[in-house]
Write a protein that binds this ligand. Structure first.
Ligand code: NDP
Length: 614
């Protein structure tokens, strides 16, 4: 029988996840099933903590500002060091120590050492917040902002020498209602080492952690290669042994590389043109909102005109079909070099610009997962551009090229019905994404994920070269469709599209303006962060209605290819795995952000993606 050490209502010290910092928290309840305590912090954040992350309040020696005089043994001990003796400099240095302590918790080694030195040598310099944890960031900022306040009555020098106190201040960011701030200056029972400890990750590692990152780095390119070799076979069974690798020198082609480069530059040019709306992204941890040129629809229209003009001028687009592997290899090289650049630059950007994940301190994991949240060259947002432009629009061009190749290969005067459906369905998906480009600003990729190999490879290789496999397959594997089948497939696509579009638009509209009168009829659950969760409408049906719509559409993309082979169903299978995993990643992230409000949402909306099933 487990012992319950702390009772509901008891004030204890709770460790803030991913750090060595303890804050005063109130125990709300204990769950014998999960063996977790639900606690509430002073700013209203509710979290579940393990027993070992909670300590009795009496186990701490509290040093405090004058306000908490009665509870400050340190103060009693040092009566002679009156507040009057505390100079601006010393309070600055105290803050510097606090900042240095924070740096030791979250910065990768090399930069951390430099920052530590910098902070200690320049205590009056504004302190860079180094935590990737929103909660801590706010507090570090508060602390840093406090450094020159005359009333900061803290003992600097002993702290400098011991190097183990943190000056922390908390305040509410929820409803803009100022909460009585209680600054805790804590010393843990055990003396911490004075040397700089290793950097710790502020979020759990995804994708199998460090070992997983090695695996995915090797597996993903190998898998794309396998698929592309399979699709050229007469009998492209996924169960087939991989076909022999072509000679390496045939995989690399200078012309293919040139085409990929030109295409990317062309898209970059369209992106920077001062055409279209400048949309604001979601607020970052710093409170800043980045601006994005959302002219994707313009870009695809101009691209379509350019491609049509090229074909009219005699450019043979079937080159894409006959050099597919070389184009994929060239794109892979581009995505790899881009990822190296992204990783290197992420080592030099301020910590508040890093993603919460991707800061494990392990080079391979961080390279794979992505370290910097919004890498930009001036106003050119690399992540946004790669997510929405060269790969997505390139996918449509590839599909179109496959339609031409099919006509050539099968001596047709027009593409087959199956090919037309695949082309139109996927074109609709891309055009819709670009028409509603602003909506991507509220998605996980843009808001939470760092930009590294995972997204760069996904955007530039995976999407254009594996999402077009159905069209590629149809070039040499005709699948005649009768009218009833055609109508049924179109109906499935439209149903999926409707669910997908409506649910994404509803969430996007709500996140952009929660008091939008058009959404007034929807029920919501407030959370401690100030944001609310939709609990009716599309988001009351399942927790990810947009995934449901997307999956139904995926079904409609595979059906035109028939059932002779599994390969054209590969997208559907992969997509189920992707969305199930993505859903669980998002659930953990939302649970971390919203605590018990998220639990309440999950209790109300019981199914994740498919009503009544999953
Ligand atoms: P979502 O657009 O569903 O974004 C998830 C976020 O929405 C959560 O982190 C949370 O963020 C917010 N949210 C969750 N529940 C609620 C709620 N009840 N009320 C209000 N906000 C809520 O996820 P994705 O970014 O994964 O997907 C976006 C679209 O892209 C989907 O349609 C998906 O199918 C599609 N997609 C397509 C892929 C493809 O390869 N074809 C790949 C991946 C995605 P917060 O609270 O912070 O706002």
């Amino acid at each position: 029988m487990p012992t319950v050490r702390f009772q509901s209502g008891e004030m204890v010290m709770g460790r803030w996840p991913g750090s060595n910092l303890y804050y005063e928290v109130k125990v709300l309840r204990f769950s014998p099933k999960s063996q977790l305590y639900t606690v509430i912090y002073k700013d209203g954040t509710e979290l579940e903590l393990k027993d070992q992350d909670i300590k009795s309040a009496t186990g701490f020696r509290t040093r405090s500002r004058s306000r908490s005089r009665s509870r400050s043994p340190a103060r009693r001990r040092s009566r002679s060091r009156s507040p009057a003796r505390i100079t601006r400099r010393s309070s600055s240095r105290t803050a510097a120590v606090a900042a240095a302590a924070a740096i030791t918790e979250s910065t990768p080694n090399s930069r951390r050492d430099a920052k530590l030195k910098d902070v200690l040598e320049n205590p009056t310099k504004p302190v860079e917040n180094n935590s990737n944890n929103k909660h801590e960031n706010k507090e570090e900022n508060d602390t840093a902002n406090k450094v020159t306040e005359p009333e900061a009555k803290v003992e600097a020098e002993p702290e400098m020498s011991q190097g183990r106190y943190n000056l922390r201040r908390r305040k509410d960011d929820g409803d803009a209602k100022a909460v009585e701030v209680k600054q805790l200056q804590l010393e843990e029972e055990e003396a911490k080492p004075t040397t700089v400890p290793a950097a710790t990750s502020t979020t759990p590692l995804d994708f199998g952690g460090r070992i997983g990152a090695y695996f995915w780095l090797l597996f993903l390119p190998a898998w794309v290669l396998f698929l592309l070799l399979q699709v050229t076979l007469v009998d492209p069974s996924l169960a087939n042994f991989p076909p022999p690798l072509p000679p390496l020198e045939t995989l690399f082609d200078g012309q293919a590389l040139g085409i990929v480069l030109l295409w990317t530059l062309f898209q970059a040019l369209l992106y920077i043109l001062p055409v279209g709306k400048l949309s604001e992204g979601m607020p970052l941890r710093t409170g800043e909102r980045l601006k994005y040129r959302t002219n994707g629809f313009f870009a695809i229209v101009v691209s379509a005109v350019a491609v049509a003009a090229a074909v009219y001028q005699g450019v043979d687009l079937t080159y894409i079909h006959s050099n597919f592997l070389q184009l994929a290899v060239a794109s892979f090289l581009g995505s790899f070099l881009l990822s190296v650049y992204l990783y290197v630059r992420s080592r030099y950007v301020p910590p508040d610009q890093l993603a919460l994940g991707g800061n494990s301190g392990n080079v391979v994991y961080d390279f794979f997962k992505g370290h910097e949240l919004n890498p930009r060259i001036k106003n050119f947002d690399l992540k946004f551009f790669c997510e929405m432009r060269p790969g997505l629009i390139g996918w449509c061009v590839i599909n179109f090229a496959m339609a031409l190749a099919e006509m050539q290969e099968q001596h047709l005067e027009a593409p087959s019905h199956a090919m037309i459906l695949v082309n139109l369905f996927q074109l609709l998906y891309v055009v819709d994404g670009l028409w509603n480009e602003e909506a991507i600003l509220t998605t996980m990729d843009l808001m939470h994920d760092g930009f590294g190999f995972m997204l760069a490879f996904g955007d530039l290789v995976w999407v254009p070269f594996t999402y077009s496999l159905q069209a590629y397959y149809l070039v040499t594997h005709p699948n005649p469709l009768g009218l009833p089948a055609l109508i049924a497939i179109v109906a499935i696509k439209l149903l999926g599209f409707y669910i997908f579009r409506m649910s994404n638009s509803q969430k996007n509209a709500f996140r952009r303006n929660p008091s939008d009168p058009k959404l007034a009829h929807l029920k919501t659950i407030p959370t401690a962060t100030g944001k609310s969760l939709l609990v009716s409408g599309w988001w009351g049906v399942v927790r990810h209605p947009n995934y449901l719509g997307d999956l139904i559409m995926a079904l409609a993309w595979s059906l035109p290819c028939g059932f002779s082979h599994l390969l054209p169903w590969y997208y559907m299978i992969y997509f189920i795995i992707l969305l199930v995993h993505r859903n669980s990643r998002d659930m953990s992230e939302c649970r971390r952000k919203y605590g018990s409000a998220w639990d309440e949402y999950c209790q109300t909306v019981r199914y994740r993606i498919i009503p009544g099933i999953y």
